[in-house]
Ligand binder design. Structure first.
Ligand SMILES: *Cc1c(COP(=O)(O)O)cnc(C)c1O
Length: 380
């Protein structure tokens, strides 16, 4: 059954095709042309990163991060279990053992109080995720990393345009990865970027991104021939993709504002349900400025959530659950370990549901329709 109000609907600004036509006409179709440079520059300004490098996905940026952290077989990385597969698999590709820790019940981000117990002499990195574009406890995480001489890689896939205590997400770690996948706020279908905050990692990042060669330096005239220098792969997106992304970036602030209005409308509308103890709404600490990447509700049980999703579907409205705990997955069990059961992860995985949130939902009474149906179905 086709849903009248889908969970996600990619938003186009209307500029994308003419920018692609321009990239096409310029006859520079491979990576690192005009549009890639425009996007890189904008992202570096936004985040304060020493360098921002477009990639073909956030996953690519995470894989590059694992190489940049020099992860070797048997090294450990501390990760949340409540996250997307590639937060973890990108490090496992280098032979890392993921050590899964629980999340905080409020923001659903990595529980920073569990990190130190998970550290061993093999630990190399901490990989926090900014779930729903709400910052993880970065001051504590960075302090722990400093104390134990660990790298921090922020999985900031969902957090472009968000900040924590006045600093942009993605500016805290040695490295950060962002996503422009169709399901994110600012999109290019598939797409991502790596933020490099450590000056001394920039050159290595460029080499890894250019198939292990020093091609980037060659093009800048810094070396007179290019050669194979180190590990690497093909992580550049084409100019066609970068041109599309540039069209989106030009509207990044408007997109965020429009999403925030929808988020706020949901949040106010469901205050009563929360008071009655029927659901719990998202908790955003006052020091976190978020980008309205997601609006979710937490039910009291798996049964209530399953019933809710089915009833919303009957009304033609798409609502979806989210991550299955990675520590409990076949690959998580094979590759990873955890010190204790992860009760918050388990509970949230069973009870969280995401509501439709996309630019344009606010038109034609659709937002009101979702709100009315949520209230009616939850109260029943
Ligand atoms: C979307 C997402 C990714 C993967 O992004 P891609 O660009 O599809 O590779 C990784 N981590 C998190 C937390 C995500 O939400």
């Amino acid at each position: 059954m086709a849903l009248r109000i889908p969970f996600n609907k990619p938003y186009m600004t209307g500029r994308e095709l003419s920018l692609i036509a321009d990239a096409h006409a310029s006859l520079h179709l491979s990576g690192d042309g005009k549009y890639t440079k425009l996007c890189n520059g904008w992202l570096a300004d936004l985040s304060g990163a020493k360098a921002a490098l477009l990639t073909h996905s956030c996953t690519a940026a995470l894989e590059m991060s694992a190489l940049l952290c020099d992860i070797k077989p048997g090294d450990e990385v501390i990760v949340p279990s409540f996250t997307f597969v590639t937060t973890v698999s990108s490090f496992v590709m280098r032979g890392a053992v993921p050590v899964f820790i629980d999340i905080r019940p409020d923001t659903l981000n990595m529980d920073e109080t569990k990190i130190e117990d998970a550290i061993t002499e093999k630990t190399r990195a901490i990989v926090p995720v900014h779930y729903a574009g709400v910052g993880a406890e970065m001051d504590t995480i960075v302090a722990i990393a400093k104390k134990h001489n660990l790298k921090v890689v922020e999985d900031n896939a969902q957090g472009v345009m968000s900040s924590f205590k006045g600093k942009p997400l993605g500016s805290f770690g040695n490295l950060a990865a962002v996503s422009f996948h169709e399901t994110k706020n600012i999109i290019s279908g598939e797409g991502g970027a790596l933020y490099v905050n450590d000056e001394e990692l920039i050159e290595k990042a460029e080499i890894i991104r250019e198939k292990g060669t020093n091609r980037a330096r060659f093009f800048r005239g810094q070396v007179d021939k290019y050669t194979w220098e180190d590990l690497g792969s093909s992580y550049l997106p084409s100019e066609i993709l970068a041109a599309f992304l540039w069209g989106q970036i030009k509207e990044a602030y408007e997109i965020t504002d429009r999403r925030l209005k929808i988020w706020q409308a949901y949040h106010e509308a469901f205050a009563g349900l929360e008071k009655e103890g029927l659901i719990r709404r998202p908790i955003v600490p006052e020091y976190c400025k978020h980008n309205a990447h997601m609006y979710y509700l937490l039910f009291n049980s798996l049964e209530e959530r399953t019933d809710f999703i089915a009833k919303m579907r009957e009304q033609g409205i798409g609502c979806v659950f989210h991550y299955l705990p990675l520590h409990d997955s076949p690959a998580g069990k094979k590759f990873g370990r955890f010190n204790e059961e992860l009760p918050v992860t388990k509970k949230v995985s069973d009870t969280l549901v995401r509501l439709p949130l996309w630019v344009g939902l606010e038109k034609d009474g659709q937002l009101e329709e979702v709100i009315e149906n949520v209230i009616r179905i939850v109260k029943r």
